[in-house]
Design a protein around this ligand. Structure first.
Ligand SMILES: NC(=O)c1ccc[n+]([C@@H]2O[C@H](COP(=O)([O-])OP(=O)(O)OC[C@H]3O[C@@H](n4cnc5c(N)ncnc54)[C@H](O)[C@@H]3O)[C@@H](O)[C@H]2O)c1
Length: 339
């Protein structure tokens, strides 16, 4: 038949299938084992390849921070050592208020030196936070940058490394709320239709901003060769869409996909990547969103509370506790999750 394809030949077309594993035998009903067979002799080429792999797996270089990072053998987690030295260096974006501020304070309490970021309008709030972190006997520095701009994110990571000697934990927390708008309009009183500009603005900060933070933190951590932790801020709206919040939901679903992809790519470097997916948390973002909902605010608030099995709203400290665990050594086997 013209155009008909020749049948696939396993040996030539799918060579990786041609090498079959040895058959399985049941030693007992609980533990299947492979029949032991003598290993095939290694060719000089195989030996050369193995050497390359062994070389790549050399132990991590020494750490700049005295107490070591989340992956350092030197970090033992005992409080006396922690009080003296740093657990590593964390960078928290969108830290001037709300969840980011709570996370920055918690990581400082955990023993990290904490670099904090927000937009230039929030410079004064960051100054106060730097002082609060320093009062906890940890180093801190402020980094004004818009996370949606690649050059700014790149420069911020360079500055953090200059100030603190490395980067061990990136918390890509910065985000903005979406407008309460319908896709097509016509649902009074929230009857406006979302514009393409509104869509782009939310996606730029939430999705692109998180991507840029993952990318430049990932590059730095891979270059350091000592592993790391990357934590993104998704949302319950990144698990289940919310009506009148199409772009916010979309941006938070995007963070979920990005987190899984980054976990797969960064895993071989000892870097875990996870995202938090909070329910309703009392922060300026929530109060502003409620203001925008005007006369619907009371109803919305009640709906938000009753949507939670605990029938209450969360606090930044609730999320900071989760981030603290994900940033710790104890979470080393958790990656690609959306909690
Ligand atoms: N509050 C909630 O109920 C809730 C629920 C789920 C997820 N989240 C997510 O958690 C994160 C923090 O939320 P929040 O409630 O603390 O918000 P928030 O508005 O109180 O704080 C967000 C901070 O991010 C900063 N920011 C905004 N755009 C930025 C940019 N381009 N570059 C750098 N910084 C920028 C803001 O200035 C602000 O300080 C967000 O990503 C949010 O989407 C919040």
């Amino acid at each position: 038949m013209p155009g008909a394809r020749a049948p696939l030949r396993v040996e030539e077309d799918l060579p990786y299938l041609a090498t079959r594993p040895p058959p399985l035998v049941m030693r007992d009903c609980r533990s299947p084992r492979r029949v032991p067979s003598s290993p095939p002799a290694l060719t000089p080429r195989d030996l050369k390849r193995l050497n390359i792999i062994a070389e790549r797996k050399k132990p991590s270089p020494p750490l700049p921070s005295e107490g070591g990072s989340v992956h350092s053998e030197r970090y033992r987690g005992d409080l006396s050592a922690q009080a003296m030295s740093s657990k590593g260096v964390a960078l928290v974006t969108g830290a001037a208020q709300g969840i980011g501020r709570g996370v920055a304070l918690r990581l400082a309490e955990d023993g990290f030196d904490v670099a904090i970021n927000d937009i230039p309008d929030k410079s004064a709030e960051l100054d106060t936070l730097v002082e609060e972190i320093q009062q906890k006997q940890r180093k801190s520095s402020k980094h004004l940058a818009d996370v949606s701009q690649e050059e700014s994110v790149k420069e911020m990571v360079v500055e953090v490394v200059k100030a603190h000697g490395g980067l061990d934990v990136m918390v890509a927390n910065a985000g903005i709320a979406g407008p309460w708008t319908s896709l097509v309009g016509g649902t009074p009183p929230l009857h406006r239709s979302i514009s393409a500009e509104q869509w782009d603005k939310v996606m730029a900060v939430n999705a692109r901003g998180t991507f840029l933070c993952y990318k430049h933190a990932g590059l730095q951590m891979i270059a350091q060769g000592r592993g790391g932790r990357i934590i993104g801020a998704s949302s319950y709206a990144g698990k289940m869409a919310v009506a009148l919040q199409s772009v916010y939901s979309t941006s938070k679903f995007a963070i979920r996909g990005l987190t899984q992809a980054a976990a797969l790519e960064f895993g071989p470097h000892g870097i875990t990547v996870n995202a938090v997916a909070p329910g309703m948390i009392v922060t300026p973002m929530l109060t502003e969103a409620l203001k925008e909902a005007a006369e619907q605010a009371e109803t919305l608030l009640e709906k938000m509370k009753s949507a939670s099995p605990l029938n209450k709203l969360g606090t930044p400290e609730d999320i900071a506790g989760l981030v603290s665990f994900l940033a710790s050594k104890e979470s080393q086997f958790i990656t690609g999750s959306h909690v």
